[in-house]
Design a protein around this ligand. Structure first.
Ligand code: ATP
Length: 361
């Protein structure tokens, strides 16, 4: 019938190994309804494999993923048995950098007003997406220590901003708004203090926004941005910012919309293989207990489908998660009493039911 999408699945460690299989089940249910085909291939990169034979990210992996797959569904990496976290850095940061996944996309959507810590705010009030630059800034690893361990110690961490890097993330955000028919894009930096690095963001922003006259563009310093996100989140549809500010603003956004258990993300390079992962980590404290919330993985799967052009299937997943939250069919982090596998099964069943009902309508 239709082209099969090839998905690489990397569950990783901890709760990544529990929530990812549920994400896969939910994806299978959504595609079964429409007859679209997904072919999953599982990779065992993570702490178990590292402790067994020293493998982290095999050298040929980035090229192989690029060649043989349409997208990557990722769980989480991090394990107390590997205190250096070397395997996690090699796998996740390795993929982000080697696949040049320069867009970190984090939607913040409130499914139920009971989940937001904001007083008197409802579902219609929190619905925006943060685009975080994902390959440079303070995370580029440029810097060093001098006279370490002495009273005269010096520590330097450079904030690396290239014109190419700044331009492509801002353009991605503006193009996204145009594609989705959104009206408002806010760019955030700290150019009043970081005059060189974020002066570049200012110049690129002013140039590019001229090409998107139909979009209402706005700039906020990052301190004002986070205040305004809390004071009145309805102002925002698309936020674009640098690596570090995006990390902070998107975690704030995750809390405004229900917390870590629900938050999805995408690491994207348009037109190339991209990686989708829940925002949460491997959460060793709750791993292996069947209590981790699989909704972050399910919504991550929805984001991946949307990216692959399967919007209808993605919407089925989002609707099912929304229904589960409203009906209290959740894990304990959202106040429910169900297990990881039970929530996954409930979501899959709901998707099939509503998909069939939709087809019959
Ligand atoms: P990392 O450094 O990889 O981000 P972390 O331990 O700092 O990992 P997370 O693993 O993301 O942070 O989670 C922090 C806490 O939030 C966990 O210890 C857990 O209690 C809770 N948590 C995270 N994800 C989930 C989830 N899917 N379901 C339920 N609780 C979760």
């Amino acid at each position: 019938m239709s082209e099969t999408k090839r998905i690489a699945v990397i569950p990783g460690d901890g709760i990544g190994k529990e929530v990812t299989p549920e994400g896969v089940k939910v994806l299978e249910a959504a595609c079964a309804v429409s007859g679209r085909k997904l072919a999953f291939t599982h990779f065992d990169w993570g702490a178990d494999r590292f402790l067994k034979d020293g493998t982290t990210l095999p050298p040929e992996a980035p090229q192989m993923l690029q060649r043989d797959f349409d997208a990557i569904l990722f769980g989480a990496v991090g394990d107390p048995r590997v205190p250096s976290n070397q395997h996690a850095a090699d796998i996740l940061l390795g993929l982000r950098f080697k696949l040049d996944l320069y867009v970190n996309a984090r939607p913040c959507v409130l499914f139920d007003r009971r989940l937001t810590p904001l007083r008197d705010r409802g579902e219609q009030d929190v619905d925006f997406i943060v685009f975080r630059e994902n390959t440079e800034g303070a995370y580029a690893g440029v810097g060093g220590n001098f006279k370490q361990g002495t009273p005269d110690e010096v520590a330097v961490q450079e904030d690396v901003n290239t014109r190419k890097g700044v331009e492509r993330i801002i353009r991605y955000a503006l193009d996204y708004a145009r594609r989705k028919g959104l009206k408002r894009v806010c760019m955030s930096d700290k150019s009043n203090a970081m005059t060189y690095a974020h002066g570049l963001w200012q110049r690129v922003w002013k140039e590019l926004r001229e090409e998107y006259k139909e979009i209402e563009t706005r700039h906020l310093y990052v301190d004002t941005l986070v205040m305004e996100m809390v004071r009145d989140p309805t102002q925002f549809e698309v936020i674009v910012t640098c690596n570090m500010f995006g990390d902070i603003a998107s975690d704030l956004g995750a809390q405004l919309s229900g917390g870590l258990g629900l938050a999805p993300s995408g690491n994207i390079h348009p037109g190339k293989v991209s990686l989708f992962e829940p925002v949460h980590g491997s959460a060793p404290n709750i791993a292996g207990k069947n209590v981790a919330n699989p909704m972050g993985s399910a919504l991550t799967g929805a984001m991946m489908l949307d990216y692959l052009g399967l919007e209808r299937e993605a919407a089925l997943i989002c609707d099912a998660v929304c229904a589960a939250v409203r009906e209290g069919k959740t894990t304990p982090d959202l106040g429910g009493q169900m297990g990881t596998r039970e929530v996954g099964a409930w979501l899959s069943e709901r998707i099939v039911k509503s998909g069939l009902a939709g087809a019959g309508a």
